[in-house]
Design a protein around this ligand. Structure first.
Ligand code: THU
Length: 176
């Protein structure tokens, strides 16, 4: 599905550190799926503009919506010590968690890839999974077309916090 610029609503989000709800008292049910997708696609494209990627020159933007309708955006932030770079998706998730939000409805991702939907890396899939398996990930292309997948579809048979609480055949008694 392709969006025209007129389809895309004006941003109703964060200034980078402050999160503004979509509308006063907005909840999951009040924000239609269609509006949510348009908004997230618009926001992740905007977030991409802030990518700090002097090494890869590969810009990525992400926009995360909570069940309450708050939006957190993120971009990739690279480092001269290459392995310290952080992906856009994790930037957005860490912003949300660090501001007290952990119930996620959806995340949209944008890159400059012309013909391909940007696909989240394995590390980001695992970090998304920490906060549930049944929420949506929108993999987009610069023209606004997208693929909708769940976290579970992107990371099947995953390991998560619930597994740590399951019955074990051996108990470690060293404080773990
Ligand atoms: N990157 C992301 O931010 N998200 C993705 O989904 C894929 C890759 C970043 C990491 C790195 O800064 C650059 O893209 C090249 O791998």
């Amino acid at each position: 599905m392709a969006l025209t610029p007129e389809d895309v609503p004006v941003a109703t989000v964060t200034d980078g550190s402050r999160v503004v709800p979509l509308e006063s008292g907005s909840t999951h049910s009040l924000t239609s799926e269609k509006d949510m997708i348009k908004t997230l696609l618009h926001e992740c494209l905007q977030a991409k503009a802030f990518a700090y990627c002097p090494y890869s020159k590969f810009r990525v933007g992400a926009a995360l919506m909570t069940n309450e309708g708050n939006i957190f955006v993120g971009c990739n932030v690279e480092n001269a010590c290459y392995n310290l770079g952080v992906c856009a998706e994790r930037t957005a998730i860490q912003k949300a968690i660090s501001e007290g939000h952990m119930n996620f409805r959806a995340i949209a991702i944008a890159s400059d890839l012309e013909d391909q939907f940007i696909s989240p890396c394995g590390a980001c899939r695992q970090v998304m999974r920490e906060f549930g398996t049944e929420w949506d990930v929108f993999l987009s292309r610069p023209d606004g077309s997208y693929l909708k997948m769940t976290v579970d579809e992107l990371l099947p048979m995953s390991f998560g916090p619930e597994d740590l609480r399951k019955k074990k055949v051996f108990s470690v008694h060293n404080g773990c």
